[in-house]
Design a protein around this ligand. Structure first.
Ligand SMILES: [Zn+2]
Ligand SMILES: [Zn+2]
Length: 312
């Protein structure tokens, strides 16, 4: 699928150019979900779709889990798509909740695994609390109905929404969010959230980087410089919810504040809602952005190892 209408070259953050330079042949997608959390396709199938879309690398960034990464890496090795180990964390923010993408995460780090298991336990409890609230307004729904939707994946609100649709309480997923599980709706329950400082310190300690996801209008200079002070390395400039003005503003601020850029489709599958979701690969993120992240990560690892030696 063409990422943008033919004839409209928007490869540089929505700024239309007059000359039809070829789009960089190598693009990546650094924000994707699978059935390891609330996506619709198995990790292997997400990689196959990335291959079909012509991407050279992806980051699998399921919510609060790395469980989808090993099968994705295996399939990626077979199909020639590089897979970056990622995770989307939820952290507290002055406005409530913020999502942070962690990249280059090791699969076998005990403290990272303990942290993720705690988040997953919180999510299960939240699912139970949401079901209790929905029962409280008269809906017939059990936690098992939600668990069926989640399968082996980490529980999220879309699983509650899917159960509501399946049981006839909502017409479709958007309707389920609008009436029952969206923010401030009768079935909504807030997550218990770690701070960005906590997540950034953990990710840095294992050699990874953190990027603020889909900040939209929240991404002001004041907010971003505050987040940088808490350990933020990058900002997601390209996301389906970012219009060209938002992209341009975040791009300028990233440059000004010395933050790296990331981007991705936040694809959850072809039928996923709530919108806006765009096609896998649609954000046309240049491969060079991934290279810059890797370079920064290497510098950080050297810092960490020399700090460790200093303390040894
Ligand atoms: Zn998110
Ligand atoms: Zn996401």
């Amino acid at each position: 699928m063409e990422p943008f209408p033919a004839g409209l070259d928007r490869t540089r953050d929505g700024v239309q150019r007059l000359t039809a330079e070829p789009v960089s042949s190598r693009t990546v997608d650094l924000h994707l979900h699978s059935t390891a959390s609330d996506g619709e396709l198995a990790p292997e199938d997400v990689v196959a779709r990335a291959k079909a879309a012509g991407l050279s690398a992806i980051a699998l960034t399921d919510h609060d889990t790395l469980d989808g990464v090993p099968p994705a890496i295996t399939t990626g090795a077979e199909q020639g798509v590089r897979v970056i180990s990622g995770c989307e964390f939820s952290v507290s923010a002055t406005w409530g909740e913020m999502h942070v993408l962690g990249y280059f995460l090791p699969l076998d780090d005990p403290k990272l695994q303990v942290f993720l298991r705690e988040r997953q336990t919180d999510r299960l409890q939240r699912g139970r609390d949401m079901v209790a609230k929905l029962q409280g307004i008269g809906l017939t729904l059990q936690i098992d109905d939600v668990l069926v939707e989640a399968g082996t994946g980490v529980i999220g609100r879309p699983h509650v929404a899917r159960a509501l649709v399946r049981l006839g309480h909502a017409a479709n997923l958007n309707d389920a969010f609008d009436r029952y599980v969206g923010w401030a709706r009768p079935g909504y329950v807030a997550k218990r959230l770690p701070t960005l400082s906590e997540v950034a310190a953990l990710v840095h300690s294992v050699g990874g980087l953190v990027s603020a996801a889909h900040l939209k209008d929240r991404g002001t200079k004041t907010v971003l410089s505050g987040l940088k002070g808490q350990g933020l390395d990058a900002v997601e400039t390209r996301h389906p919810s970012h219009d060209p003005d938002t992209r341009a503003r975040l791009t300028d601020l990233a440059g000004e504040l010395g933050l790296l850029r990331t981007g991705g489709s936040d694809w959850h599958g072809d039928n996923a809602t709530p919108s806006p979701y765009a096609a896998l690969g649609s954000q046309a993120v240049p491969f060079e952005w991934l290279e810059r992240l890797e370079a920064a990560r290497d510098v950080e690892r050297i810092h960490h190892s020399s700090a460790e030696q200093a303390w040894a």
